[in-house]
Write a protein that binds this ligand. Structure first.
Ligand code: FAD
Length: 172
């Protein structure tokens, strides 16, 4: 099925760590359409979850790599494998942070409560404002990625319950 070397047998685009297809070097892939090897065999075959947070970093890496390639340099930029997800239940919600998404992780945090609903609403307003303004640089673009200490401080401040993350990104 498909073009040999461009996609895997299930139709997902094959990319290297710089989001570039190894055989067709003028093809780049980002997002849910790319092939990511599963971590382990499962009774029901499921792929590795791909979430918006990590996908945005893939797109940023592609843009930066294209700039390097146009300057006759080798691409050096890579997407992050971090996941930050807010699941809104209407009157509450669940949030988790997994950095990187696949274990072993540096940050493994989850929380729940009414504030998650409010945070999701706030994020949507922030996101739509960026769309309207055409601003593509993420807030964490200058190295402001969430760290464990920051999360713990926020947890104390907000009173959100936290615990070991059992949330799987595939469940969103
Ligand atoms: C309810 C929900 C909550 C989520 N919450 C989070 C979260 O809190 N955090 C997080 O990180 N991620 C979250 N995600 C996941 C995140 O939204 C997706 O992983 C991400 O949007 C995928 O991006 P993508 O660009 O790969 O695909 P998409 O965003 O699906 O973009 C694909 C685009 O291609 C278009 N398209 C499809 N076929 C064609 C065609 N033939 N021709 C032209 N255009 C086509 C589609 O219309 C679409 O616009 C959530 C997802 C859902 C559904």
């Amino acid at each position: 099925m498909g073009i040999e070397g461009l996609i895997n047998p299930r139709g997902f685009v094959i990319v290297d760590k710089h989001q570039r297809n190894p055989k067709y070097q003028n093809v780049f892939g980002a997002g849910v359409c790319i092939a990511i090897a599963p971590l382990e065999a499962t009774p029901v075959p499921v792929g590795v979850p791909k979430t918006g947070y990590m996908i945005e970093s893939m797109a940023t890496a592609i843009a930066q790599n294209l700039k390097e390639i146009l300057a006759d340099k080798e691409p050096t930029h890579q997407g992050s494998w971090n996941a930050i997800c807010l699941a809104d239940f209407g009157d509450g919600g669940v949030v988790f942070v997994a950095q990187p998404q696949n274990p072993p992780r540096n940050v493994n945090w989850s929380s729940s409560g009414k504030l998650v609903h409010q945070a999701k609403v706030a994020f949507e307003k922030y996101f739509l404002r960026k769309v309207r303004k055409g601003s593509t640089e993420p807030y964490y673009g200058e190295g402001g990625d969430v760290d464990a200490e920051h999360l713990q401080a926020e947890e104390q401040e907000t009173g959100l319950r936290s615990g070991p993350s059992e949330c799987k990104t595939g469940a969103e």
